[in-house]
Design a protein around this ligand. Structure first.
Ligand code: ATP
Ligand code: ZN
Length: 295
């Protein structure tokens, strides 16, 4: 592969892949996949994409087989704890998707009253590193049993007393007679990079991509808000707009006491915001999506 192309590792298929594809698409990148579907090329920027199992991404990035990658923080942190490397990959930024929780779950009939209850117990998990770290923090000594999959059946099979696993709806736990009792780790997708400096050409591509990713992240919740309002209400309205810089205030023809207020709100605009604006005298309030934004 050429020195100029930036190599990014993403999950081939699974719970991270839609979010990754959407992020790259919103950055203006289209991936054309090769026949083997393990390798893709971006036309718009000098970027090569490797499609991997999520478990391999941290290693590929640390070993310089890829420059950057997108992976769940849970998998990345677990890798950092359990696979000591000379130069581990580094987290660049969180990406706000694939949010999930690593939770401790215990049999429903346990009257769980804190981590102390786990003293001397056996806990099954696919995340021994994160689980042990949490137990240490809680000052509890328990045995951690590594299981690659189907962790939730461990208590029924009496392999373990409790489990530590990724929980989304809790339905799987419920079906196995378990209930979530404590959050061990909160995760979302993260962008990671190789720890060594990139060549100048790759650094330039990385900087450009990062700028686009930041733009996508800030415009994700951002809205363009427009309204008419009494001139005297502008300070109170400005204060009520979530995450807005100074708004643009424009005269309205034939209405000297009224103005049009335009603002970019960087945080979610909810119905109660609109109701408050209305109560401050605003009318004809419009909330528009923002497609792209660059600071
Ligand atoms: P692979 O085949 O690549 O090894 P996998 O089966 O190990 O995939 P997935 O189930 O696709 O992994 O999950 C990938 C990542 O998505 C998880 O490590 C976690 O960061 C995140 N994730 C897991 N469950 C959820 C969920 N319910 N909602 C959102 N994100 C999740
Ligand atoms: Zn995996």
């Amino acid at each position: 592969m050429s020195e100029e192309r930036l190599r990014i590792a993403i999950q081939k298929s699974g719970r991270l892949s839609d979010g990754c594809m959407e992020l790259l698409k919103n950055c203006g990148l289209k991936i054309s996949r090769g026949k083997d579907k393990l390798y893709g090329r971006v036309q718009e920027m000098p970027i090569d994409v490797l499609l991997l199992r999520d478990d391999d991404i941290a290693e590929f990035v640390a070993d310089d087989a890829c420059d950057i990658g997108i992976v769940g923080q849970n998998v990345f942190e677990e890798d950092l704890i359990t696979q000591p490397r000379e130069a581990p990959a580094e987290e660049v930024m969180t990406l706000g998707f694939a949010r999930c929780r690593l939770m401790l779950a215990a049999p429903k009939d346990w009257a769980f009253n804190g981590a102390g209850m786990l003293e001397g117990k056996r806990i099954a998990t696919s995340y021994p590193g994160l689980t042990k770290k949490w137990l240490e923090r809680e000052g509890v000594s328990a045995r951690v049993v590594m299981m690659k999959g189907s962790v939730e059946v461990a208590p029924r099979l009496t392999i373990a007393d409790a489990i530590c696993d990724i929980v989304s709806t809790g339905a799987t736990l419920d079906a196995n007679g378990l209930k979530p009792v404590a959050t061990v780790f909160e995760s979302e997708a993260v962008l990671i990079r190789n720890a060594n400096p990139f060549s100048a050409a790759r650094q330039a591509v990385f900087d450009a991509l990062l700028k686009r990713i930041r733009g996508v992240m800030t415009s994700r919740d951002a809205k363009y808000v427009m309204m008419n309002a009494p001139r005297s209400a502008v300070p109170a309205i400005t204060e009520r707009l979530p995450g807005a810089d100074a708004p643009t205030v424009l005269d309205l023809a034939g209405a000297p006491d009224k103005v049009a207020v335009h603002a970019v709100c960087r945080e979610s605009v909810f119905w109660d915001t609109l109701e408050d604006l209305k109560a401050l005298g605003a009318s004809a309030i419009l909330v528009l999506p923002i497609e792209k934004m660059m600071a």
